[in-house]
Design a protein around this ligand. Sequence first.
Ligand SMILES: Cc1ncc(C[n+]2csc(CCOP(=O)(O)OP(=O)(O)O)c2C)c(N)n1
Ligand SMILES: [Mg+2]
Length: 357
Amino acid sequence: MLTNQNFVKVLFLETHVERISNLQDIKKAELDRATGLFLYEDMTLGRRFEDKCAEMYYRGKMFGFVHLYNGQEAISTGVIGAMKKKHDWFCSTYRDHVHALSAGVPSFEVMSELFGKATGCSKGRGGSMHLFSREHHLLGGYAFIGEGIPVALGAAFSSKYKKEVAGNSDSDAVTAAFFGDGTCNNGQFFECLNMAQLWKLPIIFVVENNKWAIGMAHDRATSNPEIWRKASAFGMHGEEVDGMDVLAVRGAAQRAIERARAGEGPTLLECLTYRYRGHSLADPDELRSEKEKEFWGKRDPIKKLAKEIIDGKFATEEELKVIEKKIDAEISESVKNAIEAPEPPSEELTKYIWAED
Ligand SMILES: Cc1ncc(C[n+]2csc(CCOP(=O)(O)OP(=O)(O)O)c2C)c(N)n1
Ligand SMILES: [Mg+2]
């Protein structure tokens, strides 16, 4: 008998044609030795940092909700790595650790924040979901879905205003707003797309479509699962890209950045990806099928880049191992120092609530 659960499975999950298998060929970014090593290092840092977070969480050293980014690294590295650090702007969600690292926030500052320490990038006040760095132009992680999109829109507006109204011709910063597939059913997404296109703002809306919004399968929750097509309702440029291929993401990001800097307005970039772990570290991850996990596991973005680097003779396997070791040492050092770092002093409990602080 077709139970309700089976009905859902048959209709929406197992018959789901993986769009990623049928993507059109797009122009990817060029690979050379320096680019390959840079991308490999950034993605490896993201992956190893998140693995360490899981370890710390399960050892009871980290509290609250922690959402990991494993599997999605090609998007953070592909987009942020194509932008100018401390010049362009970035806005994240609660799945924000790796965006912060790609933007250049030191792993010690991110780890300290996760431990609630005064040395954290949000001075221990924010925790996992609220990473912020003025220095690195990270406009924040946000616990409420879609909340960062209007903030990113404001940053993009300010770049354009400085250039066109205040007469600062150097003001060419582009903003990247990251958010998930589930968030695209939220009103703020549509309102911000409308304004961004109306005012031709220098912004890239980066949708990390990992097929799931907690336990809600994307195809069950939205009228048109091809999110990039929603751009056309606003006359905006939209693109879909293999979010497990860092060179494809970087290529698409480079095109979007170029358009934005040239005053040609926003892009909606839908990256098809998958999260390898549950929604958060508190999620037993029982809803997604093994078949689906296996399908995406075979498309690991870090292994894919490693193969391209080695096959193209840009670097050897040993050289990649050296990078991995360096990163592991950096993360261990960050954890050690974050554990030893001071808590925010209790007399400063109300500090940083008002702008004058
Ligand atoms: C405004 C709001 N409504 C509901 C929630 C509860 N919630 C937390 S995560 C989430 C799913 C978001 O999924 P998606 O946008 O696909 O991001 P992902 O977790 O897959 O990265 C929801 C509905 C929330 N945080 N904020
Ligand atoms: Mg999602």
